[in-house]
Design a protein around this ligand. Structure first.
Ligand SMILES: Nc1ncnc2c1ncn2[C@@H]1O[C@H](COP(=O)(O)OP(=O)(O)O)[C@@H](O)[C@H]1O
Ligand SMILES: [Mg+2]
Length: 379
């Protein structure tokens, strides 16, 4: 493998939003340091983080429908940014376009219209939000989505791959439910599921191994954690060759047609996998840890992923840490800030109280958000 230069943190330099959530129009210039946003509840802090999250493929940190993002009473939203990354300075943007009633999400990179997936070539963002406090308690799909999003920052092909897999899976299930057992058609769809399914499992496995290594390399005051993947394909790849796992999955799909038709869903495949996290010192699964310990585990994971991306992709993702500071004691907070600054990451941090961010000192830039207006605060 080629030796990479020191990682370049990705940094938003100018963010512009229009008719996005509570914002009619706003523009803010920022430097590569962490960005602290303080203000009362409902001021528009999370909306701004959400705007940054829309600069990547997918539906952002609230998993919103594209029309929900449009400011009430307005026609269509847009978010644009100048982004500094290893490739230089790039102008990117995204938003709704098209005739009212049939708008679609579009994206632009340096003025050229591209599919939103391509935003991942420029931007990589990971986030931690209060909604994720239940990550270890809810069903496997939540953890799978969390992991797949992180992988997307590492490997932009992970998204299209998952889309192809899901499309083939839906089509196959429809045929089965309609009782249309055209074997050639089914074989072709199952072949697509196998090809993309194995690639998905392999990407997850590679991510897990690398992130586990990054966790091993140091978590500061955040708990050491062990990761495991639960899933036939992922576990199969631990034991045997990709070809064996492919054959096994193809056979399972062919043999499972009847049962899948009866169940009305596809019973086997990487769409059912789970990410298992254990708190090493407690020797307990994450779901049995206290709320605070679960939060600390999530922070450890996000930071490990960022370190891993920095080392292996040569770029440090932008971090969106919504209301994270309030849940940490002063020592952990200071350690989180040291970690962020050590990574050189542009972390966007929110909180209601400015004092939560005192330990950042001159290492961050601060804004006060009030009624969806931003004002520089004591920089
Ligand atoms: N589509 C929308 N149009 C107008 N306002 C919206 C829209 N979506 C959310 N809001 C408003 O944004 C405000 C919440 O902003 P948010 O960024 O979550 O606040 P906080 O500063 O607490 O993080 C709420 O008052 C909400 O009503
Ligand atoms: Mg908020």
């Amino acid at each position: 493998m080629a030796v990479r230069p020191t990682a370049e943190p990705i940094a938003v330099r100018r963010l512009t939003v229009s008719d996005f959530r509570s914002y009619a129009a706003a523009a803010v210039d920022v430097d590569p340091r962490p960005v602290v946003l303080t203000g009362p509840n409902g001021a528009g802090k999370t909306n701004l983080l959400e705007a940054v999250s829309m600069l990547t493929p997918g539906s952002g940190l609230r998993r919103a429908r594209m029309d929900e993002l449009t400011r009430r009473g307005a026609i269509r939203w847009a978010v644009a940014a100048r982004v500094e990354h290893a490739g230089g300075l790039t102008a990117i943007g995204t938003g709704l376009a098209g005739e009212p009633g049939s708008e679609k999400r579009t994206a632009r990179i340096d003025g050229e219209t591209v599919g939103p997936m391509r935003l991942g070539d420029v931007m990589s963002v990971s986030w931690l939000t209060p909604q994720m406090d239940r990550l270890f308690l809810d069903g496997a799909s939540v953890r799978r989505r969390f992991m797949d999003r992180l992988i997307l920052g590492f490997d932009p092909e992970h998204g299209p791959r998952a889309n192809r897999y899901e499309r083939a899976m839906r089509e196959r299930l429809k045929l089965l439910k309609d009782g249309r057992r055209d074997p050639e058609w089914l074989n072709a769809l199952e072949a697509q599921m196998v090809e993309n399914g194995i690639a998905i499992a392999a990407a997850r496995r590679a991510w897990k191994i690398r992130t586990a290594r990054a966790l091993e390399a140091g978590t500061g005051p955040f708990p050491a954690a062990d990761l495991a993947l639960e899933g036939t394909l992922e576990e199969g790849l631990d034991r045997g060759s990709a070809v064996e796992v492919e054959d096994g999955f193809a056979e399972a799909l062919a043999a499972g047609r009847e049962l899948d038709a009866q169940a009305g869903r596809t019973l086997a495949g990487p769409h059912r996998s789970d990410l298992l996290v254990r708190h090493r010192a407690k020797d307990a699964p994450a779901e049995q840890c206290s709320t605070g310990e679960q939060k600390a585990l999530l922070i450890a994971l996000i930071l490990a992923d960022a370190r891993m991306q920095a080392r292996e992709r040569g770029q440090t993702p932008v971090l969106l840490l919504d209301e994270v500071a309030a849940h940490l004691d002063a020592d952990r907070r200071a350690a989180l800030y040291d970690e962020i600054c050590g990574l050189g990451a542009q972390a966007w941090l929110t909180g209601t109280e400015p004092h939560l961010f005192e330990a950042l000192g001159g290492r961050a830039q601060r804004f006060e958000v009030r009624e969806s207006e931003l004002a520089a605060a004591g920089n």
